[in-house]
Design a protein. Structure first.
Length: 490
């Protein structure tokens, strides 16, 4: 392994690494083990051949052809690691490895009387060895080939086809001992390889776990620091917002008093006071948004749940938004078919969400139509109230919709200069929607318009006492993980 110092790698593996191409040196553990074992088994099997061939020559008569064929095939077999070093495909070499062994086994079986128990031992070793060295595909191919060859020898014996004479008993016993000794060596080699890779895998896993634990501890520390800094920022913004609102309210209030006392003839002073009032009002709205956002980010906000009729609530919103709609020559339509009569929620926060959505529609749409449509859908023991704010304005590009609810973000950077605003309205609306247990979604087509849908869950209308406002004051904590999930875009 590349991750281990050189002196921790066993000597035999270091020897095998000389035949592995550089591009294969950093593969995964199992693949590198296969390459190493391929090299070592190739040399090991040829080493067994050096013992096996003289034994055949010494104890068997007429073994000249088998000895010659074995030497030629073994020479080809011995060239495989050198071909691997030259960059020949491992898949091709693995096929050649299995084919060469199968050829030697088949020649030896044919030379020693065909179908017999001691000849089959070699064949039984080939499939697991092929699977270990080269994977399931080569192992399966070797298994099917071995079965086919054994069947051929069995059929030859069954139908009495001519075969060579089996060796003498003494030779047979010597060959069996040699075969069993070879199998023991090969199995020991496989066990050693598995033990080595297990140890290396364990060390690698232990090191990875330690590094992961250290990284997690560092991330936890950084997370805590970031959360503490975020809380400090929110507290600072809240304090500053309170400090700024007091003098601003005084400026706005005194400008209104001065406007009331001025005569109609003093138009220049009136215009100047109106500019002061408008600027103060815009700045106050921005400070209020920052204060709302800081409260939400601080993780605590109070909800004031109450029962209230829907239609007067919608009339208030329409009266407020109608002035904004007229500024860009838009027409406003708020449609309540009457199916929703009473709501139980935080009235002010619902109003803030709807005013944000409607004022955005009025601000970005010119000479168009803006609709607010309300309907409901029963869901078991509850009902889902849906407020849809629809406009036929410029629309929002698809790639901008995902970030639309981020604080201080606007889909068009020029929009802030042209229309004003801080980019906080939708971010606050999303967080308030979640506090109310609802969802806020957007669906928009460029140059055709946008639809913002607010969904909130409500108890069934018959379970709400219309004559009793029954206001509850509830402290709600917004979980941190909610900030990670963007709203659903239609």
């Amino acid at each position: 392994m590349a991750d281990h110092p050189q002196d921790t790698v066993p000597f035999l593996f270091r020897f095998a690494d000389h035949f592995i191409p550089p591009e294969e040196q950093h593969t995964n553990l199992m693949q590198r083990l296969r390459l190493r074992m391929f090299v070592l088994f190739t040399f090991g099997i040829n080493g067994l051949t050096v013992v096996f061939v003289p034994a055949l020559w010494r104890f068997e008569q007429g073994a000249g052809f088998l000895v010659s064929a074995t030497l030629v095939i073994s020479s080809i077999h011995l060239s495989l690691p050198f071909l691997l070093k030259r960059g020949v495909s491992f898949q091709l070499l693995s096929t050649a490895f299995v084919s060469i062994l199968l050829t030697i086994f088949t020649l030896a079986t044919a030379q020693h009387g065909g179908f017999s128990i001691y000849n089959l031992i070699w064949y039984l070793l080939l499939p697991p060895l092929s699977t270990f060295l080269f994977g399931k595909r080569i192992g399966l191919a070797a298994t099917l080939t071995v079965v086919f060859v054994i069947l051929l020898f069995y059929i030859a014996k069954l139908y009495g086809l001519p075969t060579t004479q089996p060796p003498r008993v003494a030779t047979w016993m010597g060959i069996v001992v040699l075969i069993l000794l070879s199998i023991a060596i090969i199995l020991s080699f496989v066990a050693y390889a598995y033990e080595t890779i297990w140890q290396q895998s364990y060390e690698l896993l232990r090191t990875s776990i330690q590094e992961s634990n250290r990284a997690n501890e560092e991330l936890a520390i950084e997370r805590d620091r970031a959360q503490e800094a975020n809380r400090a920022k929110s507290i600072f913004l809240a304090n500053m917002s309170h400090e700024l609102r007091t003098p601003l309210n005084a400026i706005i209030g005194y400008s209104e008093l001065l406007l009331e006392e001025l005569t109609e003839a003093d138009t220049t002073t009136q215009e100047d006071l109106l500019k002061i009032q408008r600027a103060g009002t815009q700045l106050l709205a921005l400070i209020n948004n920052i204060l709302d956002l800081s409260r939400v980010e601080a993780g605590k906000l109070r909800l004031h749940l109450s029962n209230f009729p829907l239609q007067p609530f919608l009339d208030e919103i329409e009266a407020t938004v109608a002035i904004l709609a007229q500024q860009n020559n838009n027409t406003l339509h708020i449609h309540n078919p009457g199916t929703v009569q009473v709501l139980r929620t935080d009235r002010n926060k619902l109003k803030q969400i709807l005013l944000n959505l409607l004022s955005n529609a009025c601000k970005f749409t010119k000479n168009g139509k803006i609709f607010c449509i309300i309907d409901q859908k029963p869901k078991g023991t509850q009902r889902q109230i849906k407020f849809r704010v629809i406009d036929n304005g410029p629309g929002i590009p698809l790639d901008k919709q995902q970030r639309l609810f981020e604080a201080f973000y606007q889909a068009d950077s020029s929009a802030q200069r042209q229309h004003g605003g801080s980019g906080l309205g939708l971010a606050i609306s999303l967080q308030l929607t979640r506090l109310l247990g609802g969802r806020l979604e957007v669906k928009s087509v460029l140059h055709k318009g946008s639809t913002f849908t607010l969904r909130i869950k409500q108890p069934l209308e018959e379970s709400i006492d219309r004559n009793n406002p029954e206001e509850d004051d509830i402290s709600v904590v917004l979980p941190d993980f909610l900030h990670q999930y963007p709203p659903k875009n239609g």
